[in-house]
Design a protein around this ligand. Sequence first.
Ligand SMILES: Cc1cc2nc3c(=O)[nH]c(=O)nc-3n(C[C@H](O)[C@H](O)[C@H](O)COP(=O)(O)OP(=O)(O)OC[C@H]3O[C@@H](n4cnc5c(N)ncnc54)[C@H](O)[C@@H]3O)c2cc1C
Length: 453
Amino acid sequence: MRQIVGEAHLSTDETILHNNGHDETEDLVYLPEVVVFPETVTQISQLMRLCNAELIPVTVRGGGSGLAGGALPVEGGLVISTKRMDKILHLDEQNFQVTVEPGMITENLQNTLKDKGLFYPVDPSSKGWSFIGGNVNTNAGGPRAVKYGVVKDHVLNLEVVLPNGDIIWTGANTLKNSTGYNLTQLMVGSEGTLGVVTKIVLKLQPYPTQQLLMLAPFRSPESACAAVAAIFQSGVTPSALEFMERNAIEWAIRYVGETPVPLNDEDQAHLLIEVDGFHLESLYADCETISKVLEQFDCGEIFFADNDAQKTALWKLRRNAPQAVKNNSIYKEEDTVVPRAELPRLLRKVKETGEKYGFESVCYGHAGDGNLHVNILKGTLSDAVWHDELPKGIREIFEFVKSVGGTISGEHGIGLVQKSYLDIVFSPVEMELQRGIKRLFDPNGILNPGKVV
Ligand SMILES: Cc1cc2nc3c(=O)[nH]c(=O)nc-3n(C[C@H](O)[C@H](O)[C@H](O)COP(=O)(O)OP(=O)(O)OC[C@H]3O[C@@H](n4cnc5c(N)ncnc54)[C@H](O)[C@@H]3O)c2cc1C
């Protein structure tokens, strides 16, 4: 491995092993035996060839912000860090496309494009440190997915190193492609179990020049959730529609140390709603339509962000909600997603299950997508309850989710921590198809072993 990547780009140093042995999933740590920092696809191909021959487990790592344990090297072996592969390789402004390496930080790509009036809309709240390669492999979403879609809607083509070291392209740099099976979409969200993504071709669009943002308080979390579907029925598609329970926003205020809006005692939940586009007049009209809808759901006084500083402050609260929760307690984050009109029932089910099993939860998420992040707090729960009883409660919530047409992960993936619940959403036949795909790509099972299937 030293010969392949060079002495300076391989490490067995304890701190580096530790840094590459955890992501943002609970408090889990699994140490690899060695970490490499390759710079080229050829180096990755040679590494994979070697590991495949020697049956060495390989885990690919992006920014390490994952919440499903996808980047944890649970069987030790090699971690391939993609952090040195962080360049834009080609910006094709004529065709609105960019070819980028997997190790580029999401926000860096977005900022570079914005300077040229171009928009890559997928903006997970972790965009400041997640990598594009990690986003592709989790099929990441984020607040703006409600209008612009998730990663899968923006990836045109991928260069991939297969577990045996072969290098392939999955598709074409075209907006349409009806040629054979859709390997591009198969790779998206495959959580580093099928191949190492080494180049990514993304489609772009013009950057919307105007955004309006409002924060609406509600007396009950369920009415906030019920308002969500009604907003879309009014004919407006917001560019973000985020839900935060009182604890989420209150803890975020404390965590970031800023209070952009006062919270009233009766405010039990908030919706953060953004509309974007190119014409202010039509956006004001959208906001008016939304306000009228919200009035029907016992909404309090709506706060309109007047300037960029206020907008940034509100977004900072939402984006810091996960870290604020983490700061309060060890927690498990569930990434439930349902058809959006089912959100109120999902929230009720979560709270009822909490009462039954004795856990507290803080919920927030991408309400416009029906994607509710359920953060279950360890608080004072004993280890026995946490490890043995809680999974039963989670299973009940997931079974409910499935029964209303939803699924157990909207954007974080299955990784390590959701694997034991897959039987809820896949029949044995469906599960065997999934396993068959894994075997086809990785017959020796060296790539990200122990994950997904
Ligand atoms: C505070 C916070 C907020 C978050 N907000 C959101 C959000 O709004 N929306 C959302 O979707 N997610 C969110 N996440 C989850 C997480 O940031 C995303 O899953 C993100 O896409 C992970 O990217 P990463 O680069 O950190 O990947 P990692 O965690 O390093 O890896 C994720 C998976 O991708 C695989 N992988 C990484 N790079 C490659 C590659 N080049 N080739 C093959 N496999 C690879 C890994 O093996 C692993 O299975 C959030 C996380 C945190 C901590």
